[in-house]
Design a protein around this ligand. Structure first.
Ligand code: 26V
Length: 825
């Protein structure tokens, strides 16, 4: 058979990657045989499809080699369970990874096609909210690049993150129907289908050995169908797999209704089960506690675990050794039901005893926490769990019983500790998913040094005491293949020319750039590249929105989800302050600036939406005021997503990372900007601290209260009124915003913003940090006046970003958490 396969692939389907002429012929053949279109009349859309299928074929061949090698060496594998994967478009990434871009470009030219035009035909799969989902995608890239045996599991949402337009200054959400024209990259596995059960009841009985066994019966079932996406690594023979589950009704029609002639009722049930993978929840900060969301979480957890066990059982028999071959990473608590689900599978289905199953479970899982915000920590109402997953609730109670016994032993007589550590919040009658994930895991990690410290000291101190060594830090990273090599080809070429190509798989090689700071010619080229990237951004923006910007001005950028804690409002206060100063002639030598702000607000998050509206109102006034003489412009970047980020980030001079200290777990945008030669203005929060440590205090603009000072200020009784009273500039700025200066047609429009800052107590300390922020911005202006001095610092930022590669993160997970090594192929 092997010979036969080899021959078949060689004659008819062989694509010689070294030869553009051969790629051209393959494209034509795929156009006819797979796309089913006449090459003479095919447009970019059809050529994109033909090309995607050619590449998919290559990926499939290589993927098989990876799988065979894995069955051969039987080492521990890593499964990354995540509700979200923000992969970005695949085409250019695959071409880069396979080293095919040049030849494909040539082949397409011969066919009268432009690769860059084709690339725009691909929808950007927005299967995530923000940082957490994008991190998962960076990790898959690093796993494949470095040859780790890692797989992703998630949900194939039919509708991803909504797309955003701004109408009358306000955010409008549009459904993201990304599958409308199909997904060229996926392999649907109609043979890989698992039932997922809901509702029903528990029937317990004694088996022939006298042991109590429980069965979950009378359930409502849904099928999970596997869709695979091949994940390439850079110049790597290893192909990983991202398996996304889609929900399908178990029976097409409920025959009872059908026979009664009620056709519509019969189809309705089918549609209800298929809503499970219909849509991504577009909020990342407030937990709603909706039943559909709970079902989504269980749906993908159950399917993934069934798949993982099936793969294990193909080669092994003894489930009590599962953990020696399987490591499962829980990306936040969204997949935390995997803990009781694995217990159920091991105990109820496979007959292990409770103690043994518990040992296996704990050794199998690890959990990454991504947020300190209390409102984003998941809890589920007991009543809902009882209704949707009755057996899991029982198992959670059993786990809690054993857990509390240990807590009592460790903290005798401390009732308050017992209450806090219980998996059950008695006051609200809810299950605490983070607690469940912690007790069910061997390791728990935070995503930046400060974040991990705060987890250990303030959020879960008793857990940290009880399980020494369980809490570890793995600072986030980003993949330089997408966030430099792909999105910034000019800077990549300059770097490679200067220090060689090693940085592509070992970012610390950027250190070798340091001496070039003293090389005037190198600085000139570095500056020219930044200008070109700013022009590219300006052109893209003008084409998309009609807004013109000046690439000579300082490009000041804040792109991320809109949230109070990220403090886009602080940014706006500074803009208004600057505007006033320019208007009143208080400054005459201001550096021309364009302030870009972009990001999506959760649809139900009123304040976040008001902030977007305020940015629009301020922009209208500022941009149309001849008195500021083009020294200030404000632009809202609509529909921020991975594709836009790839153009926006390389074009930035200044990166805004201004969250209240102690609130942003890590941030990853901060790393992408610095890697592309922007300087950071930021607080001592998340990974900003580690960025400062790496680049040096002189090469970053740090301002504002520290985490400790924030806590201290609050403890002493923080009074926003006092702050405003003592700062005339701040008073003027707030007056303008709240008196309707920017929106005379509705003067009370920003009442809610006013309320949160004053009566609400300014929880995120916007006012407290205003003065320090304005001062830091003045330092930014001073430096920008000296382009050469600015360039020196920017180059040092790039040179010192080696630590922030997701390769380093993945090597750390592999060594400290998963205990896995790269494969040999
Ligand atoms: C939470 C929820 C709550 C329930 C509804 C749906 C939903 C979806 C996502 C989330 C997770 C929010 C946590 C998150 O995205 N954290 C971000 O993780 C980044 C990667 O570690 C990190 O860089 C950011 O600082 C952190 O905010």
């Amino acid at each position: 058979m092997d010979e036969l396969v080899k021959e078949a692939l060689e004659d008819d389907f062989r694509v010689n990657l070294e030869d553009a002429e051969n790629i051209k012929r393959a494209l034509i053949a795929y156009m006819v045989r797979v796309v089913g279109h006449d090459p003479r009349s095919a447009g970019p859309r059809q050529w994109f499809l033909a090309l995607a299928h050619v590449i998919k074929g290559i990926l499939s061949e290589r993927g098989m080699k990876t799988s065979r090698a894995q069955y051969g060496d039987d080492t521990r594998r890593v499964y990354y369970l995540s509700m979200e994967f923000l992969t970005g478009r695949r085409l250019m990434k695959h071409l880069l990874d396979l080293g095919l871009e040049a030849n494909v470009r040539t082949a397409l030219e011969a066919l009268g096609q432009d690769l860059d035009v084709l690339a725009e035909e691909e929808p950007d799969p927005a299967l995530g909210n923000g940082g957490l989902g994008r991190l998962a995608a960076c990790f898959l890239d690093s796993l494949a690049t470095h040859g780790y045996p890692g797989y992703g599991y998630g949900i194939r949402y039919e509708f991803g993150m909504f797309s955003q337009t701004i109408e009358d200054g306000q955010q409008v959400e549009h459904p993201d129907n990304w599958l409308r024209r199909g997904n060229a990259w996926e392999f649907v596995r109609h043979n890989v289908v698992y039932p997922v059960r809901f509702h029903g009841r528990i029937a317990c009985f004694r088996d022939e050995t006298g042991r109590e066994r429980c069965e979950w019966v009378d359930t409502d079932d849904v099928h999970a169908v596997a869709y695979d996406l091949k994940v390439t690594g850079y110049d790597s023979p290893v192909i990983s797999n991202l398996r996304l589950w889609s929900a399908r009704a178990t029976t097409d029609f409920d025959l009872r209704f059908f026979n009664e002639g009620n056709y519509i009722e019969a189809v309705k049930d089918k549609t209800t089960s298929e809503t499970l993978s219909k849509v991504l929840y577009p909020m990342d900060t407030t937990v709603l506690g909706q039943e559909l969301r709970l079902k989504q979480e269980y749906f993908f957890v159950s399917a993934s675990l069934q798949d993982i066990l099936a793969r294990y059982l193909r080669v092994h028999e003894d489930l009590s050794r599962l953990h020696t071959k399987v490591a499962i990473q829980l990306n936040d608590t969204h997949p935390a039901l995997a803990v009781p689900e694995l217990m159920r599978l091991l105990v109820d289905i496979h007959g292990l005893d409770w103690e043994e199953a518990w040992k296996v479970t704990r050794e199998t899982f690890s959990y990454t926490n991504h947020t300190l915000l209390p409102e984003a920590l998941e809890t589920w109402p007991i009543g809902m769990l009882e209704h949707v997953l009755p057996r899991h609730l029982e198992i959670i109670y059993l786990i809690n019983h054993d857990h509390l016994q240990q807590v009592r032993f460790r903290f005798p007589g401390e009732m308050e500790v017992l209450r806090r550590m219980s998996l059950v919040d008695e006051d609200t009658q809810r299950i605490r998913m983070a607690h469940l994930a912690i007790v069910g895991s061997s390791k728990v990690n935070g995503v930046a040094a400060l974040h991990t410290r705060l987890l250990r000291e303030t959020v879960f101190p008793e857990f940290d005491e009880m399980y020494p060594g369980k809490f570890v830090n793995v600072t986030n990273g980003v993949t330089q293949r997408r966030w430099l090599l792909q999105c910034n080809p000019m800077l990549s070429d300059l770097i490679t020319e200067a220090v060689g190509p090693a940085w592509k798989t070992d970012l610390t090689a950027l250190h070798d750039l340091e001496p070039l700071v003293e090389d005037a010619a190198f600085r000139e080229r570095f500056i020219a590249i930044k200008v070109a990237n700013k022009q590219r951004l300006a052109e893209h923006l003008e084409a998309e929105t009609g807004v013109a910007t000046d690439a000579e001005s300082l490009f000041d950028v804040q792109v991320k989800r809109i949230h109070e804690y990220k403090r886009q409002l602080l940014n706006v206060l500074h803009v208004v302050h600057r505007y006033r100063q320019l208007r009143e002639g208080l400054v005459t030598d201001a550096v021309p600036r364009t302030v870009f702000i972009g990001g999506k607000a959760a649809p139900g998050y009123y304040l976040a939406k008001q902030i977007i509206r305020l940015i629009g109102d301020v922009a209208l006034t500022v941009n149309n005021d001849p008195q500021v003489n083009d020294r200030l412009k404000v632009v809202f970047l609509p529909n921020y997503n991975v594709s836009n980020a790839e153009i926006t980030i390389p074009g930035a001079n200044l990166s805004e990372q201004i969250s209240t200290a102690g609130t942003e777990a890590s941030g990853t945008g901060n790393m992408k900007f610095a890697l592309n030669g922007a300087l950071t203005i930021g607080t001592l929060d998340g990974a900003n601290i580690e960025i400062k440590d790496e680049v040096g205090d002189d090469n970053i603009f740090i301002f504002g209260l520290t985490t400790e000072q924030v806590a201290e200020t609050k403890r002493k009784g923080y009074n926003p009124w006092k702050v405003v009273e003592q700062d005339a500039d701040l008073r003027q700025v707030l007056d303008m915003i709240t008196s309707g200066y920017f929106n005379p047609q509705q003067t009370n429009r920003y009442q809610a913003i006013r309320d949160t800052l004053f009566d609400g107590g300014d929880h995120f300390m916007v006012l407290a940090d205003f003065r320090a922020y304005v001062d830091a911005q003045a330092r930014v202006d001073d430096l920008f006046r000296d382009p050469d001095a600015w360039a020196r610092k920017a180059i040092l930022n790039v040179a010192r970003m080696g630590y922030f590669s997701s390769d380093r993160s993945i090597h750390t997970y592999a060594r400290d958490i998963w205990n896995v090594a790269p494969m040999e192929i």
